[in-house]
Design a protein around this ligand. Structure first.
Ligand SMILES: NC(=O)c1ccc[n+]([C@@H]2O[C@H](COP(=O)([O-])OP(=O)(O)OC[C@H]3O[C@@H](n4cnc5c(N)ncnc54)[C@H](OP(=O)(O)O)[C@@H]3O)[C@@H](O)[C@H]2O)c1
Length: 291
């Protein structure tokens, strides 16, 4: 699979990443098989979060626990992946990016993941009650302590991202917005422009709209199906190719729990979508031709 630099770092990751949001129900054996399949396909960026598992039997930390069990059983896998996690959602509050909370959350994530460090630590959602300078102090100290190599944000507006960046000693390497043919706001809200301004990577969450792509109807779906026929591909892979075709470095993070779908998705990284076809999907979403 094509490899891309993660933001302004010198770390390379596959053009498609694999996410563990839906992981908490997996046995260690099942999770091991999904992670190995993703890595074998070149999806070296593995994304999780401390909150994944909340509302399910394993609860908060459940998805990190499962991934940690995989890493404990096969420690060699750790060096094959670029491991990303997130913190800052505290379901009751509901967001917490205070210094003490984040430092404790990071330590808990490392314990669950059974690793000494993560490659990327992301603030999951902005906590607008905490000064950005305080959140930045936590991220700076995590990097200094070697607990994470790089830092990023998720679901931040561009101005929130810039406000945080102003207090960091290190460059944010990523932002993680929702981005798919059914959710194209990052094209117009400045997120993907900020990525190019800052040489940061956009990690697109729910690039298949969390599965809605397969249950909805409408102009976008019709366009994806027409292009799938043209390219002898699938609706899902045209959607992934769409996210990757934007001029910013966008890495879609897929979330299927089926190994055969992980393998099929990898083909999207080679799909020769044209600019015209990309605009067809934008026009279908906007309901009008480009001006
Ligand atoms: N930062 C954030 O706030 C945030 C929020 C959400 C997600 N994320 C990240 O993004 C990752 C991906 O999110 P996601 O899981 O929503 O991604 P997604 O790839 O858009 O959606 C995955 C869902 O689509 C279904 N699906 C895939 N292919 C299908 C097909 N051909 N037919 C029918 N259903 C199909 C999957 O079901 P099967 O399992 O049955 O294939 C699964 O339920 C997460 O794991 C997480 O790392 C981040």
């Amino acid at each position: 699979m094509i490899q891309l630099l993660l933001g302004s770092s010198d770390v390379k990751v596959g053009a498609i990443g694999y996410g563990c949001w839906r992981f908490a129900g997996s046995s260690t054996k099942e999770a091991d098989s999904k992670i190995r399949t993703a890595l074998d396909c070149g999806m070296t960026l593995i994304d999780t979060a401390d909150i994944y598992g909340l509302g399910e039997p394993r609860g908060f930390g459940g998805a990190e626990d499962v991934l940690g069990d995989v890493l404990r059983a096969s420690p060699d896998l750790r060096s094959q992946m670029v491991l990303a996690t997130k913190g800052g959602i505290d379901a009751k509050r509901p967001y917490n990016s205070t210094y003490d909370y984040l430092m404790a959350a990071m330590d808990q994530s490392l314990l669950r993941l059974k690793t000494d460090y993560v490659d990327l630590y992301q603030i999951h959602r902005p906590d607008i009650t905490t000064p950005m300078s305080e959140t930045a102090r936590a991220l700076n100290d995590m990097v200094k302590a070697g607990k994470t190599k790089y830092v990023g944000v998720s679901n931040f507006t561009v101005s929130q991202t810039r406000a945080l960046q102003a207090h960091l000693n290190t460059q944010l390497v990523s932002t993680q917005p929702e981005f798919s043919p059914l959710h194209q706001e990052p094209i117009t809200d400045g997120t993907l422009d900020w990525c190019q301004e800052s040489s940061a990577t956009a990690l697109a969450w729910s690039p298949l709209a969390g599965g809605r792509l397969f249950s909805e109807k409408g102009a976008v779906i019709d366009t994806l199906d027409r292009l799938a026929e043209t390219h002898n591909s699938t609706r899902g892979n045209i959607a992934l190719a769409f996210t990757m075709h934007h001029g910013a470095d966008v890495i879609p993070i897929i979330g299927t729990q089926k190994t055969e779908r992980i393998i099929e998705s990898a083909k999207a990284a080679e799909l020769p979508l044209t600019a015209r076809e990309f605009y067809d999907i934008v026009e279908a979403y906007r309901g009008k031709k480009m001006p």
